[in-house]
Design a protein around this ligand. Sequence first.
Ligand code: GDP
Length: 199
Amino acid sequence: MEIKTAKFIGSCTNTVKCPSPEFPEYAFTGRSNAGKSSLLNMLTNRKNIAKTSGQPGKTQTINHYLINNNFYFADLPGYGYAKIAKTKRQQLEKMIKKYIKGRKNLVCLFTLIDSRIPPQKIDIEFIEWLGINKIPFVILFTKTDKLSKTQLTKNLDIFRNELLTTWEYLPDIFFTSARDKSGKKKLLNYISMANNTFF
Ligand code: GDP
């Protein structure tokens, strides 16, 4: 599959005000700076569909895009950004979680993890929450161009082992790079196949 059209539909802060759930939806989240905006641009062949910001943590609404007139991408605010006041951060996290739990047409939540850094408590806890709440999700290991194959395998092992301390089985993990566009085809194929199961 190729993404031919990506139309911005609107911004919202809760499920009630979001576009009606008539299309399958794929949502993107992750710690601020994990590479979410860059990945969305890469997938949709845009330079700036979601403003690739030098100021992480800026997006504080849920932004919907209708892709190929066929499915939604939902760009969720990044979580855990230290420069936002704690109360605001907690509010955002509550909003994200409420949305994820309540969105009926959510086919898959893409949870972005920066492949270069060791497992972060906030990510592990978030993934645990996804499991407890039976949210369909996969993990995207981002910025893989920054690592050698050996380093990437090593970081993946560390991450997997961390998850295995609480998980019996592991979620799917995709490798992506917005820089060299790796992972794009696999991810779009995954979406294309998942779309077929929606209707
Ligand atoms: P967001 O806060 O999750 O939306 O992250 P951004 O997409 O704004 O990216 C944060 C920083 O990481 C920016 O400086 C990007 O240029 C950089 N970045 C994002 N994706 C990649 C990638 O795949 N490879 C490399 N080398 N850098 C990336």
